[in-house]
Design a protein around this ligand. Structure first.
Ligand SMILES: [Zn+2]
Length: 494
């Protein structure tokens, strides 16, 4: 009988453990074949990489067919593959091409395709892999404990609970309130701090009146409120002169290590808003201009400031123009573009009109969702879509769990297969539903009516008092970028 040996080691074993080294596996396989009078054609060696070994198994099958191998011999059962499901499928493939299988250490000689024996083997596989899995899980828990453990000062809103953080019901309400004020009421750090001090909300150490802008900003930026922990390692090194240096390594994020106070969507939106604020610098509250604080340079990202350097008026004053602050103050930007205030304001109105025109011709699902966010039918369709997306995202995890259940012997292979095909069918159905949901209930008329009223209001605002119109503009416009060539890009607030 023509026999192919398969030897496998992990990288760690390769370096340290003689018992599992290639040589020892090779010798044992050769001895085994010899005592049975089999012809050992070759022994292939694999070093176990991190992931799945399906490619290796395909290689072996190719060899089996090419070299007319009649039996594959391994040293130990769990040397063949890391997960049982691929091992099972592999053994089936072997059977299909009429190849047999034997394992030296497990004294398994399946050279006669005996059904009962095969069942025994399956049971043994289950046993082996269960042991492997429990080892893996224990290792994983140790790793998690090492990384996800709470550390450092108690974050406002949490109380220590074992190795983790638990939500403090009173303080967490304050945290939620702060995010709400910042994100939905567009309040600044200082205004929020003032509000908390005025309403006598106790701070970190329980004292009244300790809130300030920095505490608020820090609270808005902390990933701890989204349930994540950031782990920063400090490494000490000693240089040639004997001086010690402390260096920070790339931070590691442990996701969902404890209950979140702020849902991820809100937290991400807050970070986006903080980033916009940072790029714009301080947003002036008492500025005579309608678009104050919204305009930034498309080239360098700096805020645009209003200068009075435009056309000379009859009374001797000059027209106001927008100019990149980095260019104006430091010459740090290469765009010398100056845009007259009127031109910029009308360009934004033009962008709104263009949006209206586009909607009247071919409204996109995104535009409908954007401009009709208040419409119950659209909101419902959006929620359905998000739900479908979430269910789709959950499927790979469910597949992995089914695989794990099979490893633990809870599912039979048949049950695993039927679960797998059911989940795959569900996946296909959800993908189709998602495609379908892109065709939202298109009420183009409602969208264009809403846009028309916005255009009308905008025109009134342009003609009126900037102080009155500014908050309306800020509720409509997220950001205005001026690209070279006076190309204006408007981002509408959602
Ligand atoms: Zn610039």
């Amino acid at each position: 009988m023509r026999v192919l040996g398969v030897a496998r080691v992990s990288t760690k074993e390769q370096a340290t453990d003689a018992h599992f080294s290639f040589l020892s596996q090779r010798t044992r396989i050769a001895d085994y074949a010899q005592t049975r009078g089999w012809e050992l054609v070759d022994v292939i060696e694999y070093v176990q990489s991190g992931g799945s070994n399906r490619r290796e198994l395909r290689d072996i099958l190719r060899r089996v067919e090419a070299d007319r191998i009649e039996c594959v011999v391994v040293n130990e059962l769990d040397r063949l593959a890391r997960d049982m499901v691929s091992t099972m499928l592999f053994l089936e493939e072997l059977q299909r091409v009429g190849c047999r299988f034997a394992s030296v250490s497990d004294d398994l000689d399946l050279t006669t395709p005996d059904g009962e024996l095969k069942m025994m083997m399956l049971a043994m596989f289950a046993h082996y892999f269960r042991r492997q899995l429990s080892r893996k899980v224990k290792g994983g828990q140790a790793e998690r404990a090492k990384q996800g453990k709470r550390h450092g000062e108690r974050p406002f809103g949490y109380q220590p609970a074992g190795d983790s953080w638990a939500i403090d019901s009173q303080e967490s309400e304050v945290v939620q309130q702060v995010y709400q004020w910042y994100l939905h009421e567009q309040q600044g750090f200082r205004a929020i701090a003032k509000r908390l001090n005025e309403t006598q909300v106790p701070g970190q150490k329980g004292r009244i009146g300790t809130w300030d802008a920095r505490t608020i900003e820090r609270m808005l930026r902390r990933e701890v409120y989204a349930g994540d922990i950031i782990y920063q390692k400090w490494v000490q090194t000693t240089d040639r002169e004997g001086h010690r240096h402390t260096q920070r390594q790339t931070p590691q994020i442990v996701r969902d290590s404890h209950p979140a106070i702020i849902d991820r969507e809100t937290w991400n939106a807050t970070q986006a808003r903080l980033a916009v604020r940072q790029s714009l610098g301080h947003r002036p509250q008492h500025s005579p201009y309608l678009l104050s604080g919204l305009v930034s340079c498309g080239l360098c990202g700096a805020a645009m400031v209003v200068l009075r350097t435009g056309h000379r008026r009859p009374d001797g004053s000059r027209d106001p123009v927008y100019c990149c602050r980095a260019y104006h103050t430091k010459g740090a930007c290469s765009t010398a573009t100056k845009i007259p205030l009127d031109d910029l304001e009308h360009a934004v109105l033009g962008a709104l009109r263009a949006e209206l025109q586009q909607v009247q011709q071919h409204p996109t699902p995104d535009q409908i969702a954007h401009w009709l966010a208040d419409d119950p039918a659209v909101a419902q369709a959006q929620r359905d879509r998000r739900q479908t997306e979430q269910r789709l995202q959950a499927i790979p995890g469910m597949l992995a769990r089914a695989e794990e259940m099979t490893l633990q012997g809870v599912y039979t292979i048949d049950e695993y297969r039927s679960t797998k095909s059911r989940l795959q069918a569900e996946q296909a159905r959800l993908q189709a539903a998602l495609q379908q949901s892109l065709l939202l209930p298109v009420d183009a008329h409602a969208v264009s009516a809403r846009l028309q009223s916005l255009v009308a209001t905008f025109e009134e605002v342009l003609a009126g008092d900037p102080d009155v119109g500014r908050s309306w503009i800020q509720s409509l416009v997220e950001r205005i970028r001026c690209h070279p060539g006076r190309h204006i890009e408007v981002t509408w607030r959602s």
